[in-house]
Design a protein around this ligand. Sequence first.
Ligand code: CA
Length: 204
Amino acid sequence: MNVPSARLPFFPRSSLRRAFGLSLGLALASALPFAAHAFPAYMQDFSDHYAFNGINVDSLLAKESCGTCHVRARGGGARNAYGIDFDKIAQGQDKGFAGLEFLDSDADGFLNLEEIFAQISPAKDDLKPAGRIALALDTSETLSLAVPAACAKLTLKAFGFQFESGADTVLENVDSAASLTLKGAAGTVLARCDAEGFVGSLTK
Ligand SMILES: [Ca+2]
């Protein structure tokens, strides 16, 4: 699904982030404090935020449920690393989920946004992508990608930037490296190989 880049909080412009933080902040202001019966509302907020940005997180939420933010999968009690950051930053600093995306809450070497894009918990350092896709962008708008091993289907999503096919594109049967044109001055690109479990990103 192509999503207009102007709507995307991933685009590193503080005005967009502030605007989104405000709207999420208003939504959260009407929510109940962190309590067991309020969890579905937070999960819905999480799902809505990523759906708005063209990322379906149903698979992640089906696996993790309330464990997306809590130590216990059924919720309540202590928050996990992502839940602690959610409390401190998304809520405490009114930055919403967008404020967590370029953090590595579980310190496993992958950004929360990368793990969420790969449908992997951003809170568990024993659950992480199988390898990193390296992305590089040169001055002539050529995006280069290197995968750790052959990738059957490499899905790319751009925020701020644009591929020739729009915000999304797919490369098939990438053996080790590939390149393609990426237009735009600034933004974020996400890349993943679902079957192989690789993920990567570039932000400029
Ligand atoms: Ca991580």
